[in-house]
Design a protein around this ligand. Structure first.
Ligand SMILES: Nc1ncnc2c1ncn2[C@@H]1O[C@H](COP(=O)(O)OP(=O)(O)O)[C@@H](O)[C@H]1O
Ligand SMILES: [Mg+2]
Length: 396
């Protein structure tokens, strides 16, 4: 025997402009006649959507809903509306009672829509209001009833045609806990007493526990949303990291520019220092050159000496000077020689004579240019003796 109701791979999407909200993703389940189940799941998971599709209020995007093995949505709109009215009762979080009508009139409404006579419809309504414990409130309008009583009227209205399936979407969500408990108790009793199959959506796990069967919608949407959120988080983290990287690159570029600038500065400084060093070297070498020139000049400059001849051999005259010690005087290039005021030759110079000579240092030798001699006669031997031991010194 086919189950009372069956869902096969039901998908349901809503479209918000371009955006698809894929709520049900292949939901499958079946419920037998007289069976009762709770339906739980976090808010937004698609519980109401599921009830609407099962209750034939809304066609699925894909998949099938079957009643007694027959595809519900293959019926015409009109057939489906009739089927729904007689076979499925709905209770919602809000009672949706018509405020101008009494409890009895509200509960009789489906009977009237089902084209029962007013008497028959109201008789059935009265019976059902008594079952839900409101036999004493038939003529009250919704505004004159408590929240729990209003929901009981709504329940009586849902059950007035003795449907085979009751779909209750958070029927106690709007009630205080004690009142909600009472409604739940009533639902369980009605299921047992009238044999009406029911699916009750509830957030209250304690109430869900009381149902013989518990259904849970897998939180596909939440999973998808979490995955989407993870992707967005990762994208944000990536964007952050990229921004950070851009910042670091910027800093690195600035550091590089600064390093280049410092390097150039250092190079300029080094160049300046080298320049200065070169100038200094230049100065030094100029000074050195000058010094050398001066020295060279001093070497070749004409100088004079005066002293006494201590020895003579060939062109070489050894003279004991007054201030430069003993000097050798080279006579080979001497142009002018005078002895006692008369022009003479080098041969005529005798040891012991006093000499005044001008000379030039050439190649370490004092070359006599002009030499004036005053002869001293007998003293010559004595001088020779005295100065025999002395070492010659070269001027410097
Ligand atoms: N008519 C609609 N149009 C667009 N989105 C809807 C519609 N009905 C429900 N939704 C969306 O589908 C998802 C499931 O909603 P619903 O079935 O009411 O969840 P639940 O009853 O489990 O809280 C939610 O994200 C909701 O915003
Ligand atoms: Mg809902």
């Amino acid at each position: 025997m086919a189950p009372l109701v069956e869902a096969r791979g039901v998908h349901k999407s809503y479209w918000l402009g371009e955006k698809e909200i894929h709520v049900l993703r292949g939901a499958s389940f079946s419920l037998n006649g007289g069976e009762m189940a709770s339906l739980v799941g976090p808010s937004g998971v698609g519980k109401s959507t599921f009830l609407h599709v099962i209750g034939t209020l809304d066609p699925p995007t894909a998949g099938e809903v079957l009643f007694d093995g027959q595809s519900a949505f293959s019926m015409s709109e009109e057939q489906l509306a009739g089927f729904r009215n007689s076979s499925i009762g709905f209770v919602f979080q809000f009672h949706y009672l018509l405020p101008e009508f009494t409890a009895l009139q509200n509960a009789a409404m489906p009977g009237l829509i089902h084209r029962l006579s007013k008497e028959k419809a109201e008789a059935q309504a009265k019976e059902m209001l008594e079952i839900v414990g409101l036999g004493h409130r038939l003529d009250h309008k919704p505004g004159e009833l408590s929240g729990g009583e209003q929901q009981r009227v709504a329940l009586a209205r849902a059950l007035v045609l003795k449907p085979r399936l009751l779909l209750a979407d958070e029927p106690t969500g709007n009630l205080d806990e004690a009142t909600g408990e009472g409604i739940h108790q009533l639902l369980v009793e009605l299921n047992q007493r009238l044999g009406i199959a029911a699916i009750v959506v509830t957030h209250n796990p304690r109430l869900a526990e009381r149902m013989p069967r518990r259904l849970r919608l897998p939180d596909e949407q939440a999973k998808a949303e979490k995955a989407q959120k993870d992707v967005e988080d990762a994208q944000r983290a990536l964007a952050d990291a990229q921004a950070k990287l851009r910042g670091q690159r910027q800093i690195a570029r600035q550091a590089q520019q600064e390093a280049q600038r410092l390097n150039q500065e250092a190079q300029r400084e080094t160049q300046d220092q080298q320049q200065q060093a070169l100038q200094y070297q230049d100065q030094q070498s100029q000074q050195q050159h000058q010094l050398n020139q001066e020295r060279a000049q001093s070497w070749t400059q004409e100088q004079t000496l005066s002293g006494r001849v201590v020895r003579k051999s060939g062109d070489q005259l050894r003279v004991r000077t007054e201030d430069q010690g003993v000097m050798n005087l080279d006579l080979s290039g001497t142009t002018a020689v005078s002895v006692d005021g008369r022009a003479a030759t080098a041969d005529q110079i005798q040891p012991g004579s006093d000499v005044r000579a001008s000379y030039q240092m050439i190649d370490g030798k004092a070359k006599a240019l002009k030499i004036d001699v005053t002869s001293n006669g007998s003293q010559q031997d004595q001088y020779q003796e005295q100065n025999q031991q002395q070492q010659p010194s070269t001027p410097h």
